[in-house]
Design a protein around this ligand. Structure first.
Ligand SMILES: CC(C)(COP(=O)(O)OP(=O)(O)OC[C@H]1O[C@@H](n2cnc3c(N)ncnc32)[C@H](O)[C@@H]1OP(=O)(O)O)[C@@H](O)C(=O)NCCC(=O)NCCS
Length: 136
């Protein structure tokens, strides 16, 4: 996914989009990192859930970087790109990009590697069956 041009968003559709609201901000008026991580978790799990064909749980977040602040009213787009599929786990590169409401310019604001585990109804890891229909 990530383009070499740091100002060019990935050439794919975002997994989710959200508007950062006042309730998501800290006392400085910037958006909480925890809110951004939650959006990234939602975006990454949207991709992982398709691949796992069922229930998943987030087991790890690695290399989390907060690159630039997000402001109230910004549009936040979360992009996800598959890194690898293990026996029961799925690694996904996840990036969030911001766009000010009055601008067409997008800037990368966060990046991380999320690991999700396919789980059964009891919450135990279950093997992922990779077929032609879940890696599109
Ligand atoms: C997800 C969970 C069921 C995994 O259980 P577990 O006992 O660690 O399972 P395993 O040791 O068999 O590991 C399962 C897979 O996760 C991977 N994994 C486990 N911990 C990991 C970590 N910290 N980082 C990266 N991968 C990890 C293992 O390598 C394995 O991958 P593979 O099968 O593809 O080789 C358990 O850790 C759990 O319930 N965690 C809480 C999840 C949660 O509440 N998340 C927040 C809300 S979604």
């Amino acid at each position: 996914m990530p383009s070499d041009d740091p100002e060019a968003p990935p050439p794919t559709h975002p997994m989710i989009r959200a508007i950062a609201m006042p309730a998501d901000a800290n006392a400085n008026g910037d958006i909480f990192g925890g809110w951004l991580m939650a959006q990234m978790d939602l975006g990454g799990s949207n991709l992982a859930g398709r691949i796992a064909h069922g229930r998943i749980a987030t087991v790890a977040v690695d290399a989390m970087s907060f690159i630039r602040p997000v402001k109230i009213g910004d549009e936040v787009s979360v992009y996800a790109d598959l890194v690898s599929v293990g026996r029961t786990s799925i690694k996904v590169n996840v990036e969030a990009w911001r766009r000010a409401r009055d601008s067409e310019n997008e800037r990368r604001v966060t990046k991380a590697v999320f690991t999700f585990v396919a789980i059964d109804s009891e919450g135990r890891p279950r093997p992922i069956v990779v077929g032609s229909d879940n890696l599109r």
